[in-house]
Design a protein around this ligand. Sequence first.
Ligand code: FAD
Length: 413
Amino acid sequence: MNAGEQTFVVVGASLAGAKAVETLRAEGFQGRLVLVGEETERPYERPPLSKGYLNGKDPRDKAFVHDSGWYGQHNVDLLLGVRATTLDAGAHTLTLDGFEPVRYSKLLLATGSRVRRLDIPGNDLNGVRYLRTLTESDALVDAFKPGANVVIVGAGWIGLEAAAAARNRGASVTIVEVDTLPLRRVMGDEVATIYRDLHVAHGVTFHFGAETREFRGSGGHLTGVLLADGTELPADVALVGVGILPAVELAAVAGLTVDNGIVTDAALRTSDPDVYACGDVARSMNPLLGKAIRVEHWANALNGGKAAAKSMLGQEVVYDRVPYFYSDQYEHGMEYSGYVEPGGYDSVVFRGDPASGEFIAFWVRDGRVLAGMNVNIWDVVEDIQTLVRAGYGGQSVDLARLADPAVPLSELA
Ligand SMILES: Cc1cc2nc3c(=O)[nH]c(=O)nc-3n(C[C@H](O)[C@H](O)[C@H](O)COP(=O)(O)OP(=O)(O)OC[C@H]3O[C@@H](n4cnc5c(N)ncnc54)[C@H](O)[C@@H]3O)c2cc1C
């Protein structure tokens, strides 16, 4: 088939999907290009939903990936509010809710994640909220008022960022967490403690080791959150942030290999030669780390979308990036590069004093740097990623020099 007669379809009109269609056109793909998304907004980035937009610093429009005219100008058929319901990979056919099925030459699944919902009494009350979409962020902007009682269930990234935004808007915030510290599984005790102290210093109350039993209400509206120990926390709004699940349904019905995400090789190809996957939904082989991982972060959607597009065009792609993400909470801006399994390090080396609010933390195993997090210190990501690449390559560093801010990072790798 002539390249211009091909149809490439991308399912999931969010950051990964938008970057994929952008790259396909930039790389010269001239065939039909269809971008299908079940949300009604054009593709937007999600980080502002718990940060810039939610805390009032940035306008809503800043979240969009492209301006509204971009898709038409680049001849992309953008089908919004349309759910893809079935995939027949053998027949190269995707079924869409309310539309004619589409036959594709190549297909990209960028279906991302959905929130995990709490299955407890009262979860349908007005005021019980989740945060994944722009509309859900709009609702929180309205709810985070001065004096409002906000209870956050889950001290992960979304919960903590939303807590900071709610405090910024003058609400009272209580966080309920089953573990003993926030972010403990990802960060380990040493750094999790810093996040706890940061929020406590901003007036947040924590309940650790606490299980949420029930949402209580009156007249259909939330009034409180009941914990397993009998404590009832007054609540005008409860935001549940207890994790996400990859949206693998289409891949599963098509019989593609699915195992905690859609499994791909390092070129983002699934088990079907004409179907690719990227972003949150993909569990891709990362040759640098020597294992397949699923990354639920912005940079992976951005870069994975670009890489998948190139792979669909037949270019040689080895997606071996150092995982990267960032978070902003109050005055605490951080970037994290690397990958450490829970408990997979033997020490955390601090470069600079965490109490000063400006430092780098390195997660180290056998003298090898596996990850680094820079807090309020900028333009060091490249050096940190070089150290992580070296660490995964088996190279160790002198830990005393790693801890010494007087030694340039560039001299260590
Ligand atoms: C509030 C919030 C804040 C965040 N902050 C940060 C941050 O600070 N730093 C960071 O690194 N990461 C952050 N993230 C994570 C980051 O936003 C995600 O990793 C990123 O959105 C993943 O992009 P994606 O395109 O792979 O998937 P998604 O953004 O999940 O998009 C997938 C899209 O596919 C659609 N879809 C799914 N199934 C179908 C179907 N069958 N038919 C049609 N459409 C379908 C969905 O509706 C959705 O629009 C944040 C996430 C959230 C929710």
